[in-house]
Design a protein around this ligand. Structure first.
Ligand SMILES: [Zn+2]
Length: 321
């Protein structure tokens, strides 16, 4: 995800550092640098008796490239630059993406369409994806559907479609039998990352309302552990997960409340973009402009539909009740 406005010079620094790993049953969490702070992330290795899969091979896997595991298949939570940066290291492993996102792996054009950046930003982002995230298209990418189960032998991975961040964003429910015979379950959350930044729905392929539905859905999934791709890492208490999920979701309300306050006086879209609701005030850059425009555009569309905002002559104004 494009969570921060990228500074190309700072993006990649994969010198050998002691990277943390944690084993849980058949799983090995391959933590990235700085606990998976963007552009890094946390990948997950799943060793079954029949097959080994890696979920979201990222820059943390690139950093381990002198000591790579043997992998039969790669499972992608979604097709964003930071989640696929290590796919080139496993050319013989099958590559699986949700049917709605798979086109992003099949060509650089497909990948760029997911973000929908325009003009110079698109060109710069293309360079970044190729040079800093090592993107190599996989014409043989295999699509999976929601509900599809990958049986690795003694451990299964079920695809749970959780769109919003991208159209095909998927969480994985990983199940195996613990040593005491009990059912062990971990949910790989991908970019439902539970950080203070809040949900990211700033791409052409993002949807605010799908994101909200996906967050509601996740409350209903029974598990003992959750793993985010970025920052938060492993969460081992359901109570804590639900608190974090609600705090994450509430950032949507926070942005909307701030927006409504700002448009008590009528404002143009350019003014709204300039003000910054997703990024911190003062964050510069054309990329941030495009993300703000799309994200707050989705809030405005909904507020207009609900009769809470009026849109006339290119200006938006809160309807005073
Ligand atoms: Zn993402």
């Amino acid at each position: 995800m494009v969570k921060e406005v990228l500074n190309v010079e700072e993006v990649l620094n994969v010198e050998a550092v002691a990277l943390e790993e944690k084993e849980i049953g058949p799983l090995t969490i391959l933590f990235g640098k700085e606990n998976g702070k963007y552009p890094h992330g946390n990948s997950l290795l799943i060793k079954g008796s029949k097959k080994t899969a890696i979920v979201d091979p990222c820059l943390g896997v690139v950093a381990r490239k002198d000591n790579l595991p043997v992998v039969d298949m790669m499972l992608l939570s979604h097709v964003h630059e930071d989640h696929v940066a290590g796919t080139h290291l496993f050319p013989t492993a099958s590559c699986h993406a949700h049917e709605a996102d798979a086109i992003g792996m099949s060509s650089i054009e497909g990948m760029l369409n997911i973000y929908g950046f325009e003009g110079l930003v698109r060109d710069e982002f293309e360079d970044l994806i190729i040079n800093e995230f090592f993107f190599e298209a996989r014409a043989d990418v295999i699509s999976y559907k929601s509900g599809e189960v990958f049986d690795l032998g003694g451990v299964t991975v079920t695809a749970m479609h959780t769109p919003g961040h991208t159209r095909g964003h998927t969480c994985f429910l990983i199940e195996w039998q613990g040593e005491q015979g009990g059912a062990e379950k971990l949910v790989y959350l991908g970019d439902i990352e539970l950080t203070g930044f809040g949900p990211y729905y700033g791409d052409a392929w993002s949807s605010l309302e799908d994101f909200e539905s996906s967050l509601e859905f996740l409350k209903t999934v029974d598990a003992q552990r959750w793993l985010t791709f970025h920052h938060k890492g492993l969460i081992e208490s359901r109570e804590k997960f639900l608190v974090m999920l609600e705090a994450f979701r509430s950032m949507i309300d926070y942005r909307e409340e701030n927006l409504l306050k700002y448009i008590e006086e009528s404002r143009t879209m350019d003014e709204i973009v300039e003000h910054r609701f997703v990024y911190r005030p003062g964050t510069g850059g054309l990329m941030a402009d495009q993300v703000e425009r799309r994200s707050m555009g989705m809030h405005l569309e909904r507020l207009i539909r609900q009769g809470m905002v009026e849109h006339t002559d290119d200006r938006y104004k809160k309807v005073l009740m």
